[in-house]
Design a protein around this ligand. Structure first.
Ligand SMILES: Nc1ncnc2c1ncn2[C@@H]1O[C@H](COP(=O)(O)OP(=O)(O)OP(=O)(O)O)[C@@H](O)[C@H]1O
Length: 253
């Protein structure tokens, strides 16, 4: 396995509360790695430290063989380690295509530095159109982002992330608040994107996790309890006891 993202004893405390407890993860190229765990287990806090939004108290984050622990969100994104855009970063009055084009332009400022502005704009638009096609929003290109439904806005977030040209996608609950049909569309999309990108997925929807993940890490009280394939997770007695319980649908499949 060629390692792309690695954490070494990553630790984060809030006062006496240990939220990330010496987490050492190793994610291989093309892998879709899911993090599951009960509410408050520290999943979002962990993603925030990978993206650069939050500094750990100790430990390190390695991406593509380099220690990126001291890099900002933007510096990490420039290297291709990108957290999915949040609804909050969408410009409501601008169209779907414009939003995705801004995302492509923003992330490639460096690459576009020597381009004539018009050509850079055309190239960014091409990346945006491809990303919108991948996420199934081609029929909504000229609609103002503010007029999209909730599920479509989450699709736009994903399209903006793809338009930015990531190598590694950090996805924090991409299906939250979606209808069953919208979730199914995102699962199908992630199936298509798998391998092309390395993905870390935090998601409460167990059907999605078990359908998509190559490996799953179970986080409990900030600590990785176990990392394994979906089958290993399903059959792990401690994981079942601590987290999955008997009522989980995806775990019983
Ligand atoms: N800024 C903060 N200050 C103090 N405590 C915090 C802060 N951020 C998070 N916490 C605490 O850290 C713990 C982990 O929170 P986090 O949001 O990372 O969990 P989570 O696994 O993502 O939860 P959920 O599944 O509910 O989204 C929680 O107990 C939370 O209250």
């Amino acid at each position: 396995m060629v390692s792309v993202l690695r954490t070494d004893s990553l630790t984060k405390r809030y006062g006496a509360l240990l939220v990330t407890d010496a987490v050492s993860l190793d994610i291989g190229e093309g892998e879709l790695h899911a993090i599951i765990g009960p509410n408050g287990a520290g999943k979002t806090t962990l993603i925030n430290q990978l993206s650069g939004e939050l500094a750990p108290n100790s430990g390190s984050v390695w991406f593509d063989g380099a220690d990126v622990s001291a890099l900002t969100i933007h510096e990490r994104a420039k290297r291709g380690l990108l957290r999915s855009y949040q609804i909050t970063s969408i410009f409501e009055d601008f169209s779907v295509l414009e939003n995705a084009t801004f995302a492509a332009l923003g992330s490639r400022q460096h690459a576009f530095r020597f381009w004539a502005p018009m050509l850079a704009g055309q190239e960014a638009r091409r990346f945006a159109e491809e990303a919108l096609e991948a996420t199934g929003l081609t029929h909504r290109l000229s609609v103002a982002a503010g007029d999209l439904g909730y599920g479509e806005r989450r699709q736009l977030e994903l399209a903006m992330s793809l338009a930015a040209g990531p190598k590694f996608l950090l996805l924090d609950e991409p299906m939250a608040g979606m209808s069953v049909q919208e979730s199914a569309a995102v699962i199908a999309l992630l199936q298509r994107l798998k391998r092309q990108y390395t993905i870390l997925l935090v998601e409460h929807d167990m059907d999605a996790v078990f359908a998509l993940a190559d490996r799953i890490s179970v986080l409990v009280y900030g600590k990785i309890l176990f990392t394994g394939t979906p089958d290993e997770i399903r059959n792990h007695p401690e994981v079942r006891a601590v987290y999955l319980g008997e009522e989980e649908t995806g775990a019983e499949a």
